[in-house]
Design a protein around this ligand. Structure first.
Ligand code: HEC
Ligand code: HEC
Length: 503
């Protein structure tokens, strides 16, 4: 174990300087004055209180929540750290660990701990470095990240050329959607399947999504994973150009619990590319992986977000759904999607898609689209589970649908009558309704995994226009999705012990 006193003394001197020369991989403000002298008993107590349920009492990554998380919580005794400012194969600096604690690892189960005061975070850092023999007396130095050219001097064409030259596309794909030819073959140091990051999902970069963070990832690698260090292969200038290019691939996420529909007159668009879809605002739903029957997750989550646009014409509702999927799977198992509604009369009952179906959960109104279906076919039925719809035990009623797959992205349009008479028990909506809708996505290339959204309120009634006084009370035909979501979260937390703050 590295001497803690020694480390503390080291820190007082070069902190300010090092923050300027080699800025840490994430945004934390590190003020030397707030750093208490290390007290392992304090660090250990904080660890047991906040970290042990995932990382285990001894830090071996075997806490009781561990199997429900993917990637798994790290074995902190091994000394392998993904997000460092230091060369590949070395330990992180104390500041790196502090930043990881402060920012968390977005898109994974690792929460951020910015609500703990700075002193407590430093005590945790000191405790972490006591857990592994990899931390030696001579802490490694941060890698020199070179000079940020600034966004004005960023040249995306040059960055793209570096992306091609270094072979990033082999894993991350030409457009960065994580769909390169090697993507589905990767395994990490712990023998578990892993996937290259979908670089377009800017919100889910674990080590930060700014150009500086991306340069740090390139020059230090992500240890424990197939993502190598390019320190020997790229100049810092090229690394910055590449980082600005990667930054330009990132899309924002309009994460929401509410999707506002727009009303059109006449037939609804069937073509996924019809410009009229743009009249409805986009709503994004974060998807979460569902645990298997053993309460575990054993595969990486490949579909992490779904974008939705809703149109209706008073008679029917059209949904345009878009999500990233690294492979176009139309065989068995096929890519598939279900739109879930609460059947008629199920207003008050609450069910979370993350735990559906369980033995006593109520049936749902499902509109299942599968890439394996005859082109343009989605089927709706009120069902007790998904499998009966998949295997044809329940035939369901065919709904108009169209689908297109392009470079790692599905776009599917499904149209459904607002008040269908051809499906017993189906949700009956009207043009004033606020309807809870949930989404379920299967990736045929990652078949053990199902990803689900929370319930989202789809607002069919027209938006309030300026100057309009009071509106007629909304007709909440199906009960409030917001309330359902809140209760579902509680059910989740209670039922699965998951209190995960991912961003
Ligand atoms: C809800 C579960 C959970 C809790 C609680 C949790 N972690 Fe983690 N932690 C994870 C997961 C999952 C990972 C692995 C993420 C990955 O590999 O991408 C992780 C990774 C880490 C890493 C490795 C970072 C790296 O660069 O590789 C450190 C360090 C860490 N956690 C420290 C802590 C500390 C300290 C606490 C308590 C203050 C804590 N964690 C609490 C789930 C958790
Ligand atoms: C051999 C496959 C492979 C190659 C080649 C590769 N990566 Fe990665 N990359 C990965 C994997 C796997 C991950 C996810 C690691 C993890 O966190 O588990 C990743 C993650 C990333 C991340 C996300 C880091 C974060 O904060 O979450 C960035 C950015 C990235 N890679 C950029 C690049 C760039 C730029 C190149 C080319 C210079 C490249 N990668 C080449 C496999 C690869």
């Amino acid at each position: 174990m590295r001497s803690l006193v020694h480390r503390a003394a080291l820190l007082l001197l070069p902190l300010v300087e090092s923050a300027v020369l080699v800025a840490p991989s994430a945004v934390a403000e590190t003020i030397a004055g707030h750093r208490p002298s290390p007290d392992l008993a304090v660090g250990r107590a904080a660890y047991q209180q906040h970290c042990a349920r995932c990382h285990g009492v001894e830090g071996r990554g075997d806490g009781y929540d561990a199997k429900r998380l993917y990637p798994r919580p790290r074995d902190l005794t091994e000394g392998i750290f993904k997000f460092r400012s230091t060369a590949t194969g070395t330990t992180p600096t104390d500041e790196d660990l502090f930043n990881t604690l402060t920012n968390g690892l977005p898109g994974t189960g690792m929460p951020d701990w910015s609500h703990l005061d700075e002193g407590a975070r430093w005590q945790l850092v000191a405790y972490l470095t006591s857990l592994s023999a990899a931390f030696t007396d001579a802490p490694p130095e941060s890698v020199n990240l070179g000079t940020d050219p600034g966004p004005k001097r960023a040249d995306h064409a040059q960055g793209h050329a570096v992306y091609e030259k270094l072979g990033c596309a082999a894993c991350h794909g030409l457009g960065g959607r994580g769909n390169g030819p090697s993507a589905a073959t990767l395994v990490d140091n712990w023998g578990r399947p892993t996937r290259p990051k979908d670089l377009t999902e800017g919100w889910s970069y674990r080590g930060g999504n700014r150009p500086r963070d991306i340069v740090a990832r390139m020059l230090t690698g992500i240890d424990g994973t197939p993502m190598p260090s390019y320190a020997e292969a790229v100049s810092t200038d090229d690394a910055w150009q590449l980082a600005y290019y990667v930054r330009s691939l990132q899309r924002d996420i309009a994460s929401t619990m509410i999707a506002h529909a727009r009303r059109l007159e006449g037939p609804l668009p069937e073509d996924p590319d019809d410009p009229r879809w743009q009249e409805a605002p986009r709503a994004d739903a974060r998807l979460r992986a569902v645990v298997d029957t053993q309460g575990q997750i054993n595969a990486p989550q490949t579909v992490t977000r779904l974008s939705v646009w809703v149109l209706h014409n008073g008679e029917a509702m059209g949904l345009r759904l878009m999500w990233n999927d690294t492979s176009d799977d139309r065989g068995t198992p096929a890519d598939a999607l279900a739109v879930a509604l609460l059947p008629q009369g199920l207003g008050g009952d609450v069910v979370s898609l993350q735990t559906w179906p369980l033995r006593d959960t109520p049936s749902l109104d499902l509109c299942l689209w599968s890439a394996a279906q005859t082109a343009g076919e989605a089927r709706e039925a009120v069902a007790k589970d998904f499998s009966t719809l998949f295997d044809g035990t329940i035939a369901g009623t065919v709904r108009e649908s169209r689908a297109a797959y392009l470079d790692g992205e599905w776009t599917v349009v499904i149209t459904r009558p607002l008040a269908p008479t051809d499906v017993p028990g189906a949700a009956q909506l009207d043009a004033q309704a606020i309807v809870p809708v949930g989404f379920v996505v299967w990736d045929g290339g990652n078949p053990s995994q199902r990803a689900v959204s929370m319930w989202i309120d789809v607002v069919l009634r027209p938006p309030k226009t300026r100057g309009q006084g009071h509106e007629a009370a909304p007709s909440k035909t199906q009960g409030g999705g917001g309330a359902i979501w809140a209760i579902a979260s509680v059910v989740l937390v209670a039922g699965l012990g998951l209190v995960i703050k991912t961003r």
